[in-house]
Design a protein. Structure first.
Length: 109
C-alpha cells in the first residue's frame, strides 16, 4: 500500500517564480531517491501538492514541508492508502495552469 496526501498552503508574498522552479527541480531529484511521486500546482499565491509513496517516507516528507518558511497556512486536505500511483513516473511534476483540478482529482483515483 502507498500513502497519498494532498495539501494546500499559501506562498509568502515575495516568493519568485524562479524559487518555485528551484523547489520543483530539487523535489524531482530528492523524490526520485525516496521513490515518491506527485504533482505540484502553484497559481502565483497558493500551492496544491499531492505526494504518494511509502507511508513513513511520505509522512516524514510532509513534516519537513510543513515547516518550510517559504509558505504558511499549511493544511493537509486529504490522505488515503492506495494500491496504485496517480502520477507514476513523476518524481515531481509542476502543473502550470491556475486550475488545481489535475492535482485534486488525483485523490479520487
Amino acid at each position: 500500500m502507498l500513502l497519498r496526501i494532498l495539501y494546500f498552503s499559501t506562498a509568502h508574498a515575495d516568493l519568485t517564480a524562479a524559487e518555485v522552479d528551484a523547489i520543483v527541480s530539487h523535489s524531482v531529484q530528492a523524490n526520485a531517491a525516496r521513490d515518491v511521486t506527485g504533482a505540484l500546482a502553484f497559481n502565483g499565491r497558493n500551492f496544491c501538492q499531492l505526494l504518494e509513496g511509502d507511508e513513513l517516507v511520505v509522512r516524514d516528507l510532509i513534516a519537513k514541508i510543513s515547516t518550510d518558511k517559504r509558505h504558511s497556512g499549511f493544511k493537509v486536505i486529504d490522505e488515503k492508502l492506495v494500491q496504485d500511483r496517480a502520477f507514476p513516473g513523476w518524481a515531481m511534476q509542476r502543473v502550470r495552469d491556475l486550475d488545481f483540478s489535475v492535482v485534486i482529482n488525483a485523490m479520487t483515483r
